[in-house]
Design a protein around this ligand. Sequence first.
Ligand code: 1HE
Length: 270
Amino acid sequence: MNDDFRPAEGLLGRLTMLRVDSDGPVVHIRLNRPDKRNALSETLVREIETAFVHLPAGARAAVISGEGAHFCAGLDLSEVTEQTVATGILHSRMWHAAFDRVQFGPVPVIAVLHGAVVGGGLELAATAHLRVAERSAFYGLPEGQRGIFVGGSGSARIPRLMGVARMTDLMLTGRVFDSAEGQAAGLSNYLVGDGEGLPKALALARQVASNAPLSNFAITQALPRIAEMAPAEGLFVESLMAAIAQGDDAAKQRVRDFLDKRAGKVGVRP
Ligand code: 1HE
């Protein structure tokens, strides 16, 4: 990793299953439980929520990745046998709250996917705004085989990436997609070689962090909500969001920079 990254201090530095480092506007959050393939225990899910609630001041983009050979093996199955129906509902709602903090937190999030991206691991990946997959990545939803169901927002988020039909196939049959199939199905935005995912995600994060914060807010918070609205309501909200973004000083400065030939053209960064 880039040498300029420094471990987070305070609360973020005391997390036990997440490692958080930052370099200026970019925060790198790493699932750090490789001996259990980054399986999502209750503690780890709560630490993800804590990390996104308490991002370092000045953070403008986050990268989330997994330590070891896999991104994430999903729900920590050793905790399932302790659940009753009632605690199971609360456990799932706890995941929802944590993952909402990722998707609807203050910064765009880019996930680096490698090795197993399965079950709750795919649910977590689906909360990110962009996904960079390495060739080693593979995707599965073994809930059907385990006698359970997705509970970490997968039924709401994953079909929006790959469609209900593909998700049904993975869940009913235990089918596994390799990284090329995942890319074709819409699970990843970028497909890169093994070991290239983190550098690619960090480069994207720096680029994203250089956007006007209000534009990034509109893209990550307003866009997915507008896309769920009926067109008439969506267009109304779009007008409000567009006017708010345009009215911001940062937008005015960026538009002036382009007109004065100080800003890059499309596809060419200054
Ligand atoms: C785990 C878990 C886990 C590994 N919960 N402990 N998820 C799954 O059904 C995936 C289950 N895991 C696997 O299929 C494999 O572990 C992997 C393909 C991800 C990786 O294989 P491998 O050979 O590298 O590792 P391993 O030897 O299988 O596992 C290493 C250790 O991690 C081992 O523990 P150890 O004490 O024997 O060393 C495993 O037991 C442990 N481990 N995965 C607990 N998932 C909100 S609802 C979401 C619903 C779901 O996510 S369902 C999908 C659950």
